[in-house]
Design a protein around this ligand. Sequence first.
Ligand SMILES: Cc1ncc(COP(=O)(O)O)c(C=O)c1O
Length: 375
Amino acid sequence: MNNPSNVKEVSQASALIDFARNFPPPCPTVRNAIQETFTHLAKANVAEAIRFPRFTGTEKDREAGASWLAQRFEATLDPDRIALANGTQSILSMLIAYYIKPGGVLLTEALTYPAIKPLSQLFGVRLLPVSIDAEGIEPASLDQACDTVNGSARALYCMPTLHNPTSAIMTDARRREVAKIARKHDLCIFEDDVYGILSPNAPRPLASYAPERSWYILGLNKSLACQLRIAYVAGPSSSVTQDVFWPGVRTTNWMVAPLIAEIATHWLTTGLAHGILSSVRIETEIRRSIAQDALGLSFDIDPASYHLWVRLPGGFNLTDFVKAAKQRGVAIGAGDSFAVDSSLGDTRFRLGLGVPPDHGQLRSGLSIISELTKA
Ligand SMILES: Cc1ncc(COP(=O)(O)O)c(C=O)c1O
């Protein structure tokens, strides 16, 4: 049931200029793709497609996924290693439930995707943070964390490419070291590459450095359309993928919705997806340059990232700054929500440049933030 006070909060939040959430910027290509897709669906036999469960996706869905993932791997993976699901969170639920017993340990970057915290709680799993620097995970800290729990950590959840919230990208050397330590401690790697696909120059996924133990997850929500709610997962082998994403497991809502899969496969196989991704990249560049001018800052991060991790101005604490921004009509991402140990995240905030609906609102919101940071 809806909690009336939550409903009120959400409707108040929608009146704010929103930098707190993090979506791709709006692009007309998505509207055009939807129109084209409905014409296609009207001709396709959708009634038949929605009669049956789609399990891990049809062969065509998985082949389309393999060719989309090939942009990151520079090679086409065996489609039988791939499963489609209802988004990254659904995939992570399946992986955590399969690999980590209640009371077990999941390693993660010290700053991480906020949803991992409630998700691990749901499964009674303890999150153990690993230190990060400008290149992401620090190998010595990963090694030490595994030793601390005497080998009981089974898996590492991480974002090696365009990390959320820092936008850090692990170098090739760092990927090799992290893979080596994962091997030493027999860890599975759950690699979330939801932002990685945004950068045409990103290094190959961590999964290609440790393919025997990696689960590579690529959702479409941060690159093509935020609420399409579909993601692809590539397991270490087709048989392991089949075991973990066994169609008989119906206890979580992981299985892909057939109509959504139909749309995604159409986008991936017709070039519509490439068109959307290019326009997201172009609009990101425009928004980044607006932000650079408005905030008077230069950002030392990959040009494809549309989220900024900004240092709090001196004299402010995080709670007061978030509150002051809200009073002026702007929502920003509180840094401590990303921190496994929340005291680590209290010196920065995140700005998602993609959510404001147009450049006018983007400029107004940024000028309020700029005034606040200079106050
Ligand atoms: C790092 C990261 N992974 C995954 C997601 C969400 O993925 P999905 O909507 O596919 O469950 C988000 C959304 O905020 C995210 O920031």
